[in-house]
Design a protein around this ligand. Structure first.
Ligand code: HGA
Length: 609
């Protein structure tokens, strides 16, 4: 959600800022902008649309400077437009880029209008830059003015700020939104995500909540939330600059779908000794925490919520661990009743999902003593705020629609079910079976990826559809939900998932020859029930598309198409059936010509409420 890049160097920073914006574009892509200081003058360029539009503008009318800030936007306040694009400016001197939401902006704006400030945008962000302008009148320098300003801001922000009168300093701060400092040789940078800066450095300082930093050419000063000098360590990133390359794939999403066998192998790597899951993989005191918990509460949003729903089946069915799953944005405001010995499990690809973070904080306020996060970004806020952590190790996921992050979340959740389940009713035999299945999973996914051609052909029937229904039962119902979400996200076809048994309680009324009904049909104890549900669709002339275990014989007459999925055991089957549904959405979206990696209105890493 909005990407920030900035830098102070001895060279022109514009190409670095542009490259950084391209690498952050997954976060937001409705408009982009950049401001640099040259000879004590501020120069700004902004453009509606993607970073390439800004690049074209800069090509036609170049600007340069050795200090600057840049932004790719995902609008929260004010429509996508050039006027609302960041950086926002005050007095032609000060420029700011912002990720987050200023909740008291109306109040600040009223006061600033009375002081004579003119507003040129509808954003909440613009009040920040006018406030810095005001503060500068009574402050020694930009750093002090920013420190003064942030005390007045309510809400969430990561900020990059420059002042044309002080071309030797870039001020950055964060509260509630992520921001890292990239440490170069005689140059410093800021960005919302390390990936933006990998071409220029692999050394990073992760700012903490409430930090304000002043970046100079040869040094950086950081002050914590109490305005004390803070020493933050420099951390070497293991990521290579091409970790965020598309390789030979047409889209990041397709690349990431194909990376799943490797990603899952990485997830399991080093976490077992002699085939036994090591509990210290979750943190040094994990065994002690697991000994004390009586139940699990999973909190997540979107795709991660679906992973949590699958895990509930595993926790309860395989290990008899009481487990609740809730959408984080509901939990945080619902005033739930929570026992202190419940393990709070948050799931988030970025570890910055604002609702999930707030739900964790709410759970702690309600007295929850133990927390664990399943996350893909090591230095993220959720990782820092949780007692225990299990990294998914999926590698950078750039496509906005989550694929490998989801399947690695499922694999890590299965590890958690094993570790916690040992204290409940998970038998040694079931544990061994689950472990063996997990290790077989990468190979099984490779086999499912071979279905690509058949699924691509199948997708041709969808391009003209307006709606689709997805059906599943048991742990495959959340997989149907994830399939429907993927189709909605990238092909813009309205899709809903139902537990197959619910069909007759309403959605059956929608069935006709134009309604594709995609069914997830593994060979398990619910198959006979599912067959009856499929018959109900067939009998009403519906178009059935069945992803079915290869060992089964066709289950219904009429308009039915079958894609046979390799047979696997029940426990890992939800992970496997995810893959063909990802491929289906991908090919439908390509046929429809949508922007697969950056679908309209969406953004990755939802750092606003
Ligand atoms: N509120 C600002 C920034 C938006 C943002 O951070 N999105 O993730 C705006 O609307 O411009």
């Amino acid at each position: 959600m909005c990407g920030i890049v900035g830098g102070i160097a001895q060279r022109n920073v514009v190409p670095i800022l542009l490259e950084g914006l391209k690498r952050l574009e997954y976060r937001g892509y409705d408009s982009a902008g950049l401001a640099v200081i040259n000879n004590f003058e501020l120069y700004r360029k902004r453009e509606l649309g993607k970073v390439k539009e800004l690049e074209a503008l800069l090509h036609a009318d170049p600007i340069s400077g050795t200090i600057g800030i840049a932004h790719t936007r995902w609008a929260t306040h004010g429509k996508p437009s050039t006027a609302n694009a960041h950086p926002h400016v005050s007095g032609n001197k000060i420029a700011v880029v912002h990720n987050g939401i200023i909740e008291n902006y109306e109040q600040l704006k009223t006061a600033q209008l009375a002081q004579g400030h003119e507003f040129t945008s509808q954003t909440d962000t613009e009040v920040i830059v006018h406030e810095v302008f005001n503060a500068l009148q009574g402050a020694n320098n930009l750093l002090d003015a920013v420190k003064h300003t942030v005390r007045k801001l309510e809400g969430a922000y990561a900020l990059g700020i420059v002042n044309a009168d002080e071309p030797d300093v870039l001020v950055a701060c964060r509260k509630g939104s992520p921001l890292v400092i990239g440490v170069g040789i005689g140059e410093y940078f800021i960005a919302s995500d390390v990936a933006a800066l990998l071409p220029v450095t692999q050394r990073f300082i992760f700012l903490q909540e409430g930090d304000v930093a002043a970046l100079h050419l040869d040094s950086v000063e950081i002050y914590d939330a109490l305005d004390q000098v803070a020493n933050r360590p420099i951390i070497e990133s293991q990521l290579s600059p091409d970790a965020v390359d598309k390789g030979n794939y047409r889209h990041y999403m397709l690349k990431e779908i194909h990376e799943q066998p490797f990603a899952i192998a990485q997830t399991l790597e080093g976490r077992f000794i002699n085939n036994r899951l090591q509990e210290n993989s979750f943190g040094h005191n994990a065994s002690e925490v697991f000994d004390n918990i009586k139940a699990v509460q999973i909190l997540a949003c979107g795709t991660s919520y679906h992973a949590g729903l699958v895990a509930r089946y595993w926790f309860e069915e395989l290990a008899r661990v009481p487990c609740q799953v809730e959408v984080a944005s509901e939990f945080r405001y619902r005033k739930p009743v929570l026992a202190a010995d419940t393990l709070i499990v948050t799931i988030s690809q970025s570890g910055e999902t604002a609702d999930t973070l707030a739900a964790l904080q709410e759970a702690k306020k309600l007295g929850a003593k133990y927390s664990l996060t399943i996350c893909n970004v090591p230095e993220s806020s959720l990782v820092r705020e949780s007692d225990l952590v299990l990294m998914t190790r999926a590698g950078p996921e750039i496509g906005v629609a989550s694929t490998k992050a989801f399947t690695t979340q499922l694999a890590t959740l299965m590890l958690l079910v094993i570790a916690v389940g040992r204290r409940f009713h998970l038998t040694g035999q079931t544990e061994q079976k689950m472990t063996a299945q997990l290790f077989r999973l990468p190979g099984e996914i490779e086999k499912v990826l071979q279905l690509n051609g058949a699924i691509k052909r199948l997708s041709e029937q969808f391009a003209e559809k307006q709606h689709a229904l997805f059906l599943g039962r048991g742990a495959h119902y959340p997989i149907a939900m994830e399939g429907a979400l993927k189709l909605k996200e990238i092909s813009y076809i309205h899709a809903e998932a139902y537990p197959a048994g619910e069909l007759k309680h309403g959605p059956l009324a929608l069935i006709d020859a134009d309604m594709p009904v995609i069914t997830v049909a593994p060979n398990n104890s619910l198959l006979e029930k599912l067959k009856s549900n499929m018959q109900e669709v067939s009998a009403r002339g519906g178009q059935l598309i069945v992803f079915m275990d290869e060992t089964l014989v066709p289950v219904a007459e009429g308009n039915i198409q079958i894609i046979k999925v390799p047979q696997v055991e029940n426990e890992i089957s939800p992970i496997l059936y995810t893959i063909p549904l990802q491929l289906l959405s991908y090919h439908v979206a390509v046929l429809k010509g949508t922007d697969v990696d950056q679908p309209r209105n969406l953004a990755k890493s939802v750092t606003v409420e």
